[in-house]
Write a protein that binds this ligand. Structure first.
Ligand SMILES: [Zn+2]
Length: 158
């Protein structure tokens, strides 16, 4: 999935194991696996451009340093009940629980990101859904306040 100019690594994701597909209009692109993984398995090694710029698809390596991977991990979807976690210093993705073919790879954006490019309403549907996606070092922004006011109004009308 990565361009040939990246140094070869047998753990890099391949087209035979993964596919980037459009899930829906709201969440956009996501990555599905075509094979299964057990808890603790290395799912893939990551590569990309290291940049100081925070962007929508970048992943934080450490504060102020980001990996822009527009071939694979940049398209992982968020879940509050993720099935993968990312070891950014070592550029590895691990399975947190068993993953079956055709499952989306789901990460918790708050695991890697201290601050998000854009905070989002979460519709992951898990029992422990936080409802709003933020980085781990930031509080909810003004949009959450507006969002809660919106929900309150919906409840009043219901
Ligand atoms: Zn959620």
């Amino acid at each position: 999935m990565y361009p040939e100019r990246y140094r070869h690594n047998p753990l890099y994701p391949t087209d035979s194991d993964f596919k980037i597909i459009k899930r829906d209009q709201i969440t956009g692109l996501g990555v599905i696996t075509k094979r299964s993984f057990e808890t603790g398995d290395v799912v893939a090694a990551l590569a990309g451009e290291v940049t100081t710029e925070l962007t929508q698809h970048s992943l934080e390596i450490e504060p102020g340093l980001h990996l822009l991977d527009m071939h694979f991990a940049g398209f992982f979807l968020h879940s509050c009940h993720p099935n993968v976690c990312l070891d950014m210093p070592n550029r590895l993705v691990y399975a947190l629980r068993p993953i079956a073919p055709n499952d989306y790879l789901l990460m918790d954006y708050g695991q890697t990101e201290s601050v998000l490019f854009k905070q989002l309403e979460c519709q992951c549907g898990s029992d422990n859904c936080r409802g709003w996606i933020t980085g781990h070092a930031e509080g909810p922004n003004v949009e959450l306040v507006e969002y809660q006011a919106f929900l309150q109004k919906q409840n009043v009308l219901a």
